[in-house]
Design a protein around this ligand. Structure first.
Ligand code: GAL
Length: 698
């Protein structure tokens, strides 16, 4: 079932023409003299910019002192934008408190785990639970909403900015108080908490709520469930702050949709975005590419996950970069084609807005070496030419706006709780990397040319034929039951080492691993066999494993061994197993880390067994990423060239909608890093009939 867009933030143009992609950037005019503003809007028009996010870091300018306000400059900016046909996603401006506020109220500053108070002088130096901060911030939100409620440029509210980017974990006394309240709500009684936290261990039993603290720096490993709960709490505390700003906006401007920019899979894993999404009117995301061999895979993975978090509805790419950032070890410029390709991968995964940080590259300040739509070199530059070209491409893709991604037959589960749990201290191995394992599975899907939806554990899995759930460590009974039902219903499941091990309280499911999934997988593991860094083991199918092994015993006659260890302590024992219970489904277990390449071999055969096939011609699989959007009438096939060379796709049917391709005699040729979008009827394929079974995964 294709989800219908329940809400779209794009105000349809007054003249009745179809809604266009939102295109633009963070715009920080307060960094520039007025003369530059005029040039800004002229260039915005030249580039096809339709929207800018304004006032994100403007608090100190808007409220220069506790009792002084200065909105005139912002009035002028909004008027100027409006008169040039550019809409505004207006920030509530609360992201970074001004120096007068931290001087007056130093008690709003966050405190680290080790007890240091963070100083002003950078940004986002505020405690999510500070009542004092909240009072000042909401006063500003109220002032913004009151002043701009009826401004014709205003199309959306942008709450704060990247909530939690720098302040997700605060260990202050405010945090301690709110943490206790949160725990009271979760557990009801101290007995409940003492049980969940297993406080009989190390004499940690609590006799009074006031004895409880955040997991501050302690003499040894802090209680693991306390750590897990503090992560849950910290995400909820900021979500609560988000709600507080949102409620002011909804009260004063009920017709204006509200968003806040997420950082799905970004620098911090602290915010459980699947829980946050329903608090806002549309999901926005910021994404910055990480150089390296999986650069594009990670970008696509993050976009796919954002699509799921957005509930399948169109979402807003609020920030990415035109070229280099300023905060990596070495900040690489984007290569030719990457600006457009990166943007269009997000669009392929359901984004209906493409925005950058930022419009004009700052001449000073911490981010002066971060790229922008107008670089230091000015508009006579490759970057600005690529920016205007992308504006034209997005215009050509206007019919795609409002369409939604066609669900894939395979899903990859991404679980925040497991992410949090496996990367804490006191694990069998400190080398576990949740995100990397999941990304390797995603890379394997891409290399096979098989579309896959990245979903969270709350997703309805019943529509999928194949579900991969790597490192699914935290498995409450209810989740285990859903996975069992999925397999019973004919679904094919694959999971990995260190899955199924604990429940929601981080208590081990006893009787042998993989705990809650033991019976479903038909295996039993008595002891984990993590590997030292750099140690590898051979499998008898020619693959190489690392990081982990398990001492597996096959316990169910319906389970078979797909591969065995050929070396190491587990030599001769099962490495990969698959149980095929009566009913048609299956449950596979991969007990070591195979990496993207190794996984693609294993995954290829598991997918074939599940009848999940690539929809791409065999010769382009792995080199082209396929994503399909549909509006119910037309389907839009996004073909992304993942390589640095041209890719010939053969003869294709359908209407070519972008200029990012060459039509050669032999058919469609994608230029290096190019993207083509083909329009066909929904249900049809540009590559011929979509009959399952005609194109097995090789
Ligand atoms: C984001 C942030 C922007 C800018 C950008 C640089 O985290 O929201 O304000 O700092 O990163 O990449």
């Amino acid at each position: 079932m294709t989800p219908a867009p329940a809400h779209h933030w794009l105000r349809p143009p007054a003249d009745g023409s179809p809604a266009r992609f939102a295109y633009g950037a963070d715009y920080n005019p307060e960094q520039w003299p007025r003369e530059v503003w005029k040039e800004d809007v002229r260039l915005m028009r030249e580039a096809g910019v339709t929207i800018v996010s304004v006032a994100i870091f403007s608090w100190a300018r808007l409220q220069p002192a506790e009792d002084r306000w200065d909105f005139e400059w912002l009035d002028e900016v909004l008027d100027l934008l409006h008169s040039n046909g550019i809409t505004v996603d207006l920030a509530t401006a609360t992201a970074s408190p001004p120096p007068w506020l931290t001087t007056l109220h130093p008690e709003i500053l966050p405190v680290t785990r080790t007890g240091e108070t963070l100083a002003q002088g950078a940004r986002q130096h505020w405690r999510p639970t500070s009542p004092v901060f909240r009072e000042y911030a909401l006063r500003l939100v109220e002032a913004m909403a009151t002043r701009y409620a009826d401004h014709p440029a205003l199309v959306a509210w942008h709450i704060s900015n990247e909530l939690g980017c720098h302040n997700i974990y605060d260990y202050s006394d405010d945090a301690a108080r709110y943490f206790r309240d949160w725990l009271r709500t979760r557990y009801g009684t101290l007995d409940g908490l003492n049980h969940a936290w297993a406080t009989s261990f190390w004499s940690q039993r609590y006799g009074d709520w006031d004895e409880i603290q955040p997991p501050r720096l302690a003499a040894s490993h802090a209680n693991p469930t306390q750590q897990l709960d503090f992560k849950r709490f910290s995400s909820d505390a900021l979500k609560d702050y988000l709600r507080a700003e949102r409620d002011v906006l909804r009260r004063l401007t009920p017709a204006i949709p509200v968003t806040t920019n997420f950082m799905v899979m970004g620098g911090t894993k602290g915010m459980s975005y699947p829980d946050w999404a329903e608090e806002i009117d549309f999901v926005s995301n910021d994404h910055y590419a990480h150089p390296g061999p999986q650069r594009l895979d990670e970008l696509s993975f993050s976009a796919g996950l954002t699509h799921s978090i957005a509930g399948g509805r169109p979402w807003f790419l609020m920030e990415h970069s035109t070229s280099a950032v300023n905060w990596q070890t070495v900040n690489l410029a984007k290569r030719e084609g990457e600006l457009a390709r990166d943007s269009l991968v997000h669009v392929a995964h359901g984004a209906d807005a493409v925005c950058f940080f930022q419009w004009r590259q700052s001449a000073a300040g911490a981010e002066k070496y971060h790229s922008a739509m107008v670089p230091h070199a000015g508009p006579d530059s490759e970057v600005f030419r690529a920016v205007t070209a992308l504006g034209r491409t997005l215009e050509a893709l206007t019919p795609v706006v409002g369409s939604v991604r066609e669900p894939a037959r395979a899903a990859l589960v991404y679980d925040w709780e497991s992410w949090w749990a496996v990367e804490r201290d006191s694990q069998p191995s400190s080398l576990l990397d949740y995100r990397q394992e999941a990304l390797d599975w995603y890379s394997a899907f891409l290399s096979l040319g098989v579309r896959v939806d990245v979903v969270t554990t709350s997703a309805d899995l019943t529509g999928y034929d194949f579900v991969a759930a790597p490192l699914l460590h935290v498995v409450p009974r209810a989740l285990a039951g859903r996975l069992e039902a999925f397999v019973r219903g004919g679904g094919h499941l694959a999971t990995t080492y260190y899955s199924g091990v604990v429940d929601e309280n981080d208590h081990v499911h006893l009787g042998g691993y993989p705990g809650a999934l033991r019976e479903l997988l038909g295996i039993r593991v008595e002891e984990f066999g993590p590997l030292q860094e750099g140690v590898e083991v051979r499998l008898d199918n020619g693959l190489t494993g690392g990081l982990w092994t398990d001492r597996i015993e096959v316990t169910d006659p319906e389970a078979t061994v797909l591969a065995r260890y050929g070396s190491g302590d587990q030599a001769g024992r099962p490495a990969i197993t698959r149980r095929v219970p009566a009913g048609g489904g299956s449950a596979a277990y991969v007990s070591t880390r195979l990496g993207g390449e190794g996984l693609s071999e294993v995954l290829g055969s598991l997918l074939s067994g599940a009848g999940v096939l690539s929809e791409l011609p065999a010769e382009v699989r792995g080199r082209v990423e396929l994503t399909v959007r549909t509006d119910g009438v037309h389907a839009y096939w996004f073909l992304v060239n993942r390589t640095d060379g041209p890719v010939a796709c053969g003869t294709v049917a359908g209407q070519l909608m972008t200029g990012h391709q060459e039509a050669a005699e032999e058919g469609l040729v994608l230029p290096p890093r190019g993207v083509a979008v083909l329009r066909v009827a929904t249900g049809a394929s540009p590559f011929g009939p979509r009959v399952p079974g005609t194109a097995p995964v090789e």
